[in-house]
Design a protein around this ligand. Structure first.
Ligand code: PLP
Length: 371
């Protein structure tokens, strides 16, 4: 039984009909940029995550760049970034002209290593800090990181591309964030029909600056107060997300039950799982197996391929290991925890409405491997 790593085509009954109607309606009216769909989406997003302001933009990478620019990061400033994250986090820093310093990861939860972060702040006095909430949860030290950055007056940007719908201490994970971002790339938990992203904050002035930057720095249609760029979310994307958000709780539930099944079954057959720290109620973004033995990992991947079971390695390499990163990085602070995770991580299929027999097939297949 082939089991894809992710299948985005498992639409709920009635979903595609609603989408087709929207496309027809928006097309008939030539409503393609801005308008009601975008406004409605921003209101629903803010409500869903308990944040005062949600500003949509073209993608999750832009969202990070907008946040960096909004907190006044400028050319040659220093910004701390996790050594383990998606490349976009690192890239955003470079694209605003700043210099990244990478911070090691905590091997228990995959978030930044708190001690390395403190060392790097002390040493570099950065203009801003970015942390990334990977796998559907965040660092066990999230509150401490927020408090520490606040006490030092350093803006903390939270790359929340993978944690839409995650709860922290019973509330939306974004709730305590100064400024956070997300992505609506189709494979994310709230995915669009193309690219999209958003910036979340409770600070009105920041939200105004983000909105302005994402629309050419406009003060009026042909008046410009800043050099920004075009990072608007289009109306069709907003419409798709407006339909999807109503299905989100059910999709998250389905993802979470897949994760719960893996977390119960995989350790029984010898596969170590990285799991969400106790304060988090994860969104089920992905499964995280840790297989340190190179030979076992190779055999597992081979067997999965042979049985047409999809898998991923999120992520196979750190920022500092990329061939071009030396050119941009000032330094790496901390040890090799990020490398350790990157070299041992393996992610099994999880997506909304994955079937129980598919999950069972994954486990049955893994059972045949000697670990
Ligand atoms: C997906 C992702 C991004 C980038 O989002 P795009 O919408 O693809 O630009 C940034 N950071 C993390 C952690 C991501 O997972």
């Amino acid at each position: 039984m082939p089991v894809p790593f992710i299948d985005l085509k498992r639409f709920e009954p009635g979903f595609l009909e609603k989408w087709k109607e929207k496309v027809a309606h928006l097309s008939t009216n030539a409503s393609f940029i801005g308008g009601e769909e975008v406004a409605v989406l921003e209101t629903s997003l803010a409500k869903f995550i308990a944040k005062k302001h949600a500003v949509t933009c073209a993608n999750g990478t832009d969202a990070i760049q907008l946040a960096l620019r909004a907190v006044q990061v400028e050319k040659n400033d220093i910004v701390l970034v996790p050594n383990m994250t998606f490349w976009a986090t690192f890239e955003a820093v470079v694209n605003v002209g700043a210099n990244p310093v990478t911070i090691d990861s905590d091997i228990v939860d995959g978030g930044v290593c708190y001690q390395s972060l403190l060392t790097a702040i002390d040493k570099h006095q950065p203009k801003a800090v970015i942390i990334a909430h990977l796998y559907g949860w965040a660092s066990n030290s999230l509150s401490k990181i927020r408090e520490y950055c606040k006490s030092k007056n350093i803006p903390l940007i939270e790359d929340g591309a993978q944690c839409f719908g995650t709860l922290y201490k019973g509330k939306s994970i974004y709730k305590g964030a100064y400024i956070a971002t997300t992505s609506f790339y189709p494979a994310k938990v709230l995915g669009g029909a193309g690219d999209g992203g958003a910036v979340f904050t409770d600070d009105e002035a920041l939200s105004i600056r983000v909105r302005q930057l994402a629309n050419h720095g406009r003060t009026s249609h042909y008046g410009y107060g800043l050099v920004g760029w075009n990072s608007r979310l289009d109306s069709l994307q907003a419409a798709y997300l407006n339909i999807s958000i109503d299905y989100l709780d059910k999709r998250i539930e389905s993802r979470k039950s897949a994760i719960a099944y893996y977390n119960a079954e995989l350790p029984k057959i010898g596969f170590e799982q990285m799991i969400a720290p106790a304060d988090f109620d994860e969104n089920g973004y992905c499964n995280v197996c840790i297989i340190r033995d190179r030979d076992i990992k190779d055999r597992v991947q081979h067997t999965l391929k042979e049985n047409q079971i999809g898998f991923a390695n999120i992520y196979p390499g750190t920022m500092s290991e990329q061939v071009c990163s030396d050119k941009y990085m000032l330094e790496h602070v901390g040890g090799a925890g990020a490398e350790d995770i990157c070299h041992s991580v393996l992610n099994l299929p999880v997506f909304p409405h994955i079937k129980q027999e598919e999950l069972e097939f994954v486990i049955t297949t893994l059972k045949t491997i000697e670990v």
